[in-house]
Design a protein around this ligand. Structure first.
Ligand code: PLP
Length: 401
């Protein structure tokens, strides 16, 4: 049987949420319900589901070359995507993986080996932000800070330091500091105060910027760190929306100084000792290239700016409610934090999950993080859909409070 991630399988009714089709901003379940995908299938979908142009590019590529390894070989789609991403992000080289966590692992290992390659193996400590989340593999968990996700796996993780002041960065054994720019999505769309990033450019360590959740227009600019003037990643991690939300694909982008530290005579063994079977899969790369075409041809970022204002205005009217403790967000990454104590007690799951269930009945698919109800729609969301979501949320809160 199918085992779902982050899901209590006991009592899970698969038939209630079996998606069989996607079109535009909507998912369709087996029972014929049409659901607005208010979480972009966990922050992946950018231009809507089954975008005809992306599907066409995927099909063409699948018919030409389905897969060939990047271990000591290459393919045109991966090469073109690497070049376009580097141009877009002002980086030098792109290393491909599958899921976001794999690209974070690659970044951590690149950072360690970067220092080893210059005879500084003692620089092996990582520093992360408070409430960080970088994925569920061992290295990514180790630089994450959400106890609920990592606490039970301490046997697998290494210790890392939390960044909460300049003194921390004076340590002489730091390999890299890893940050999520502006929004910490898994912490419930927590907005990180911009001062937190101010001293990072002065640090004596590599800077890994994890844009897996925030990249590709989610916070209004192509990459969120563009809004944090002067913040220049040595390693930039991308995933989720990279393929437009269609196929698993992630990337770790490096500056020329990082990349060049891995060059040398074969016998010196300086090359990167890391890689995955499906790295740079041409079908996934074709999807990503198609998504970048859509950014270039349409004013996607202009649309996000308008939709972001609309989301801010629509969500703010909930902020005055007694059963809402906070409304926060940036771009198209929003969360409404409810006060569970004010939601009527009921049988079954906690308050936020019951809210999500009622939203589902009204045609909106979302998933709470703790007591935060997320609204992270596809970038192609429209004004009336935003209004409809917050109207529905207000009605549900009225019913349950
Ligand atoms: C900032 C950030 N980094 C890394 C990850 C892990 O990505 P994936 O779930 O694709 O492994 C996530 C996932 O939510 C994320 O939000």
């Amino acid at each position: 049987m199918l085992w779902l991630p982050f899901t209590q399988m006991a009592g899970f009714d698969a038939g209630a949420r079996r998606f069989v089709r996607g079109e535009g901003n909507y998912l369709f379940d087996e029972r014929g319900n049409r659901l607005l995908d208010a979480v972009s299938s966990i922050w992946t979908t950018l231009h809507g589901h089954c975008h005809p142009y992306i599907i066409e590019c995927i099909s063409k590529q699948a018919a030409k070359l389905d897969h060939s390894t990047l271990l000591g070989a290459t393919n045109p789609a991966a090469e073109e995507l690497a070049a376009r991403l580097c141009l877009l992000a002002n980086m030098h080289a792109a290393f491909f993986s599958g899921d976001g966590a794999s690209a974070v692992e690659a970044a951590l290992k690149m950072a360690l080996q970067f220092w080893q390659n210059q005879g500084q193996s003692h620089r092996n400590r990582f520093v992360h932000l408070r409430d960080s989340y970088h994925g569920d593999t061992a290295g990514a968990m180790s630089v994450s800070d959400i106890e609920l996700f990592k606490g039970r796996f301490t046997g697998l993780t290494f210790s890392s330091a939390t960044y909460d002041g300049f003194a921390e960065l004076r340590l002489d054994d730091v390999a890299a500091v890893i940050v999520e720019p502006i929004v910490q999505a898994a912490a419930g769309m927590r907005i990180v105060p911009s001062e937190t990033y101010a001293k990072l450019p002065d640090m004596d360590a590599l800077l890994i910027v994890d844009e897996i959740a925030t990249g590709f227009g989610r916070t209004g600019t192509m990459f969120a760190h563009e809004q944090l003037g002067g913040l220049k990643p040595d390693l930039l991690v991308l995933g989720k929306g990279l393929s437009g939300g269609t196929v698993a694909l992630s990337a770790t982008l490096a500056t020329s100084s990082v990349y060049e530290s891995f060059l040398g005579d074969f016998s010196k063994q300086k090359h990167l000792f890391h890689g995955h079977s499906y790295a740079g899969n041409p079908i996934a790369c074709a999807a990503a290239l198609a998504s970048l075409d859509i950014f270039e041809r349409n004013d996607v970022l202009g649309h996000v700016a308008t939709m972001s204002r609309e989301t801010r205005d629509s969500s703010q009217r909930l902020a005055i409610r007694d059963d809402v403790t906070d409304v926060r967000g940036a771009g198209l990454m929003y969360a409404v934090q409810v006060d569970a104590a004010r939601i009527a007690e009921g049988a079954g799951p906690p308050a936020a999950w019951r809210i999500a269930e009622r939203l589902y009945e009204r045609g909106f698919f979302t998933r709470p993080i703790g007591e935060a109800i997320q609204f992270v729609p596809p970038l192609s969301i429209e004004v009336k859909e935003i209004g409809a979501f917050f109207d529905a949320l207000e009605q549900v809160l009225d019913e349950l409070s």
